[in-house]
Ligand binder design. Structure first.
Ligand code: FES
Length: 203
């Protein structure tokens, strides 16, 4: 028997024992897999919107301080939203408007899907219930994006007792429907729902 055969273990292809090189390969693979996982987990986490993003995508509004005949403007997703608590006279005026008088006959209300632009259809929330007292519309002129006047106390409301865009002279009625001027479409209704009689959630 030689000296070498007494000090070195047999390492032929038939050996089941992991060698030192195998051990290094296993460790390197484990570290690589752990590293990849630790990158993927934060990436997936970043793709889930956090609470602050979700909060920005919706807006809860307390309506209790709005008097009949008043309107307010709130910001939702960077856009103004007009909320007007309409008088009975205002509701009667827009309800009596024949559809044939409207330039845009689409309700533009995502809470309803495709519907004609009756006043009731414009004042319907995601609950499916029309509440004509409350009109909720996005306050961005459908011509070139100016913010129409008619929400703040004393602002000019245009020829149809609704909103007026001074940029190029578009007139919207008390249901936010385009009646005169270059704007092609009614002011859109945002998705919204009533959380109670005096609280809505937009978005
Ligand atoms: S942007 Fe409103 S009329 Fe042109």
């Amino acid at each position: 028997m030689s000296a070498a055969s007494e000090t070195e273990p047999a390492a032929g292809p038939e050996s089941e024992e992991p060698t030192r090189r195998d051990f290094i390969h296993i460790m390197a693979g484990s570290v690589a897999a752990f590293g990849a996982a630790s990158v993927v987990v934060p990436l997936v986490h970043q793709m889930n919107p956090d609470a602050s993003v979700l909060a920005l995508s919706t807006k809860e509004v307390d309506l209790s301080a709005i008097e009949v005949g008043q309107a307010i403007k709130v910001m939702w997703q960077g856009k103004p939203v007009f909320i007007r608590r309409r008088t009975e006279e205002e509701i009667a005026e827009v309800s009596a408007t024949p559809l044939s008088d409207l330039r845009d006959k689409d309700a533009r209300n995502p809470n309803l899907g495709k519907a004609e632009a009756t006043d009731a259809a414009r004042a319907t929330s995601a609950d499916g219930e029309a509440r004509p007292e409350w009109l909720v519309i996005v306050g961005v002129c459908t011509h070139l994006g100016c913010i129409p006047l008619g929400t703040a106390q004393g602002e000019v409301k245009g020829d149809y007792n609704g909103w007026f865009c001074p940029c190029h002279g578009s007139h919207y009625d008390g249901a936010g429907r385009i009646r005169k001027g270059p704007a092609p479409e009614n002011l859109p209704v945002p998705p919204y729902q009533f959380l109670s009689d005096t609280q809505i959630k937009i978005g």
